[in-house]
Design a protein around this ligand. Structure first.
Ligand SMILES: [Zn+2]
Length: 72
């Protein structure tokens, strides 16, 4: 689990990177993407904006529209 400080920093940098500020390009390079659910910095799936663990959890419970298992 990510610390509160790490998540706060991530939210702050993400906000600048996604905005129209002159610093946006600089901060978009610095941005280390994190899972929006748990804040995990590794195993991040960009398409779903979450980590592999949260993706598996939500996909298994049918919370992600359009996602289904290949092999049942
Ligand atoms: Zn996660």
């Amino acid at each position: 689990m990510a610390t509160k400080a790490a998540m706060a920093k991530y939210q702050k940098i993400k906000k600048i990177a996604n905005g129209y500020s002159s610093k946006a390009s600089v901060f978009s390079i610095k941005l280390r993407r994190r899972c929006t659910m748990c804040g995990r910095p590794r195993g991040y799936i960009r398409k779903f904006d979450m980590c592999r663990i949260c993706f598996r959890k939500y996909a298994s419970s049918g919370m992600l529209p359009g996602v289904k298992k290949v092999n049942n």
